[in-house]
Structures are given as C-alpha cells and as structure tokens.
Design a protein around this ligand. Structure first.
Ligand code: NAP
Length: 242
C-alpha cells in the first residue's frame, strides 16, 4: 500500500490535499492536533474518492508525541511505504514585535519549523532506503516577503524554505524530492477573521484562493511526473508577488 502522510489534514488546505491525494490512489494518513470531528470528515471525503485512510493524532511540535504515534505506526506497518509527506500543519499568532511575547514566538516556530524536523526525521529513512519519496512543505508568501505583524510566522516559514533547499540537495541522489508551496491568501479557518474584501483588493486576481487550488499543485509535486523538480518554492497567490 502506498501511503501519503498529511500533517494538519483535518481542515483547510490539509483536508483538500488529503482528498486530492486520495484521488491519486494513495492511502491517506490524516494527522491532526485535536479536532477529531473535522479529521473524521476528512476521512469521509477520502473514502468518497474511493480510497482509504486513517487518523493519526499527534502534535507535530512535540517530539515525544511524534515519536510515540508516528514512530509506532512505522514500526507496526513495516510493509507499507509512506511515499508522500506533506508538512502542512501550521498556526499563526500575529502580533507586532513590540507586543509579541515569548510564547507567541515559540509556539509558531515550534509547530512549523520544529514540526517539519520531527515528522520528516521519522519518514525520511524509509524513503532513502526505498530510493523514492516526495516531501512537500507548506510555507507562505509571508516567509518570502516578510509581513508586518508576523515576525514569528515569517521566520518560521523562511526557516522551512531554507530547510527545503538544503534537504533537497542532501537526498536528490536517492530519488527523494523536497519542495515547498507558498500560498498567498487562501480561504480557510486561518484567514476567516481577516477582512477578505479589503485584502482581496490587493491581489491582482481580486480574490482569495481555494484550498483545492493549492491541493492541485501538491498533487503535481507529489506525482512521478515532477521527478526533476526539487528545492523549489512554488508560489500560489493570484499574482500577489513580493
Ligand atoms: P487551518 O485551516 O487553520 O488548519 C490548520 C490545520 O493544522 C488543522 O488541521 C489543525 O489540526 C492542524 N494543526 C495545527 N497545529 C497542529 C499541530 N501542532 N500538530 C498537528 N496539526 C496541527 O490552516 P490552513 O489555512 O489550512 O493552513 C495550512 C498550512 O498552510 C499552514 O502551514 C499555514 O501556515 C499555510 N498557509 C495558509 C495560508 C492561508 O491563507 N490559509 C497562506 C499561506 C500558508 P486541528 O484541526 O486538530 O486543530
């Protein structure tokens, strides 16, 4: 069974990615942090595409929990191969630097950047041994351009972009590609309280993107057809470039 692991698969972009990769025939490992009802809905969507899946609850920012849940899954499913890893889990806790407290800084970095490390470390070995793998990291326009009020989030996403480029070069010879996707404004819970009308006016396409539009790009980078693309950051932002 070929598996795809999607962190933060219960809602938003992650759910659309799970559904799209199910369409591509993968057994989907749906990671989530706490919202089990939403994760179940994703599982139903995966099944509706004619595929299979299962839920894996762990906090990507907690090394011990990742080891316990994902490590055990790998140990108990040695015959399965995780071919695709989508490091999608992320949060934002916006504040101007002047008011940003230590917890806001640490939480955001921990989940995006340390989360990338904890999860990728678990999955990479098998990819290297099998000489095949696709790692796709969900970053952000904020990590490229830097956005005021998001020093924590911009730093976390820029960190993951650096890691993407470095790891891509480390593992290229082993048939593993590592790429990042940098969305602009996408309609999800994360952007629900933003002033969409005002912000969409800054976007050349004059609208927010959809999770499905991001998922389509993930599916391409996850495909065999994208085998010569690595260390790349693909912007999906309706023309809202730096
Ligand atoms: P979202 O709707 O807020 O969903 C977040 C997802 O991440 C949920 O599935 C949540 O699980 C999971 N999650 C949060 N913290 C976690 C943790 N510590 N461990 C495991 N899972 C965790 O977010 P989204 O808008 O889909 O964003 C997905 C990714 O795209 C993020 O990395 C975000 O930074 C990036 N991004 C989003 C936008 C945008 O405009 N939406 C733009 C650029 C980049 P629960 O359901 O269990 O809480």
């Amino acid at each position: 069974m070929k598996c795809a692991l999607v962190t933060g698969g219960s809602r938003g972009i992650g759910r659309a990615v799970c559904t799209r990769l199910a369409e591509a025939g993968y057994h989907i490992l749906i990671n989530y942090k706490g919202n089990e009802a939403a994760a179940q809905e994703t599982l139903e969507a995966v099944k509706a595409k004619g595929s299979t899946g299962e839920l894996l609850q762990f906090n990507v920012g907690d090394a011990a929990e990742v080891q316990q849940v994902l490590g055990s899954w790998l140990e108990n499913n040695k015959e399965q191969q995780i071919e695709v890893l989508v490091n999608n889990a992320g949060i934002r806790e916006d504040s101007l630097m002047f008011w940003m407290n230590e917890a806001q800084w640490t939480n955001v970095l921990n989940i995006s950047l340390n989360g990338f490390y904890h999860v990728t470390k678990q999955v990479l070995n098998q990819m290297l041994l099998k000489r095949y793998g696709r790692i796709i990291n969900m970053v952000s326009l904020s990590g490229i351009k830097g956005l005021p009020g998001q020093t924590n989030y911009s730093a976390a996403k820029a960190g993951v972009i650096g890691a993407t480029k470095a790891l891509a070069q480390e593992v290229a010879k082993r048939g593993v590609t590592v790429n990042a996707i940098a969305p602009g404004f996408i309609k999800t819970d994360m952007t629900a309280e933003l002033n969409e009308k005002e912000l969409a006016a800054q976007v050349p396409m004059n609208r927010f993107g959809t999770p499905e539009e991001v998922a389509e790009a993930v599916a391409f980078l996850a495909s065999k057809a994208a085998g010569y693309i690595t260390g790349e950051v693909l912007n999906i932002n309706g023309g809202l470039h730096t």
